[in-house]
Design a protein around this ligand. Sequence first.
Ligand code: 9G3
Length: 569
Amino acid sequence: MRLSQYFMPTLRENPAEAEVISHKLLLRAGFIRKSASGVYTYLPLAQRVLKKIMQIIREEMDRQGGQELMLPILQPAELWLETGRWHVYGPELFKLKDRHNRDFCLGPTHEEIITDLVRREVRSYKELPLLLYQIQNKYRDEKRPRFGLMRGREFIMKDLYSFDRDEEGLEISYRKMYEAYTNVFTRCGLKFRAVEADAGAIGGSTTHEFMVLANSGEAVVAYCPDDNCGYAANLEKAETKFIPEVIGTPAQIQKVATPNVKTVDEVAAFLKVEKKQILKSVLFKADDGYVLAVVRGDREVNEVKVKNQVDCLVLELASPQEVEEVLGAEYGSIGPVGVEIPVIADLEVKHVLNAVAGANETGYHLIGVNPERDFSPAVKYADIRLVEEGEPCPKCGKALVFARGIEVGQIFKLKDKYSRKMGAFYLDENGQQKPIIMGCYGIGVTRTMAAAVEQNHDEDGIIWPAAIAPFEIIVVPVSNKDEQQMKMAEEVYNLLLNAGFEVVIDDRDERPGVKFKDADLIGIPLRITVGKRTVNEGVYEVKIRRTREEKVFQKEELVDGLRQLLKTL
Ligand code: 9G3
């Protein structure tokens, strides 16, 4: 490929609208353009990267026995009404009508469509297991599309669905996908971690997220530094290792005035107590009811853990007005003593024997609170707090380490959630009808491309891992005016093409500085400079994008030398 003809519109300035580095660099380097909010055009450079990622995914899915198919993007409302998800997802679904006024949506995911297919076609245990997948555009009308390719409204996803006879079969399919995903992200040259996650709205038990590690990631993962232990979970899921710490000795409960003292820090300063002696109370609205979560003042509430303790569909923070209505006080003065709504307290709370808590009267706190004595007997104690870095690993006790990551893959056990709702049954060896046991497994393809940039860049631009780089090598003649340089550049370009490399030549009539800057920006792993030294001494300077290291090769050494180098990048 010749850069003089290549459709690669680069930008000199950083685009103002881009909030994250991958968005900035992919725009600047001419990989993507925005078409509408959360909708992007992938230019030739991006298409090459995406095709490589998709090829790796296809090979790894096929290796595990996956069969590729293509499901419709346009999906009839009837199927979504069967599972109830037409209304659950509401405005996030892109809905449309055909000329007969029939309702459709653009597929945000394909559980309904594929379960419909399988319930019609699969009859017997002999036809199971099945692993079916596709790579396709997905549509989600996000409230706030953000961060470029990270949260688009149209994006590419690989989605695979497994169909098994029973849970043992599902376990095997799940492990196959875990292995496939590990291979995919390893082959893409990305640093990543598989972490336990909360199944949340999807339901089911076990779930793992595959996180590309990057400081800009939105998600926090907690992991054990000991590879033999291997514990890793996202922050919402990460369990705490409960170590009872008795704080204080029982005292008489008393109400004290704490005017304008609201936050835990203010209470600690005003009453001259340690933060861990204070009880922090947070009111949640759980469907139509309320629940009060209580943790020690030096801890934070983990909303996901609270939700798992409460039998409800939606759990959200109560508004200041709701706090007033339910507890009769402002947020800074609420507490668990004497309330009529359900109270869930963290395991540690029970051991604060002389605690400070809001009095449910604005401007007042209670001191000398003893949970066992003063809370309603209906209180429930559970792990509902966020784990902190350095706390003991719940599995082996070593100090946990935190890292930031970007979720690029997720694997779920759906079990019979969809097959029961939609009537996807099979007949077993004894002629008995049973629900098909399902799993679903997704990789965000366009998000993986963006995550690769978030993880691999420097101040000059992108640094593609060789396996997913748009080109492996860029040949740069320093001066287009120098006929000898141009001739030698063309020669080496053809030599490398014939040797099977993915190579591009920068034959544009630009100053060398511009060419070098663009090569760095686009992020091609290896750059070969053809300049005076090449003409005079017959040597080729090879610059490694990632390390900025320069190596010098004779023409005869070039093909082998580049092949070796690329293996390491
Ligand atoms: C919707 C809308 C948004 C959604 C969903 C449905 C997320 C939805 C979860 C999944 C689960 C798995 C197959 C591949 C692996 C992940 N956002 N999810 O179900 F209608 Cl609008 O997509 N699906």
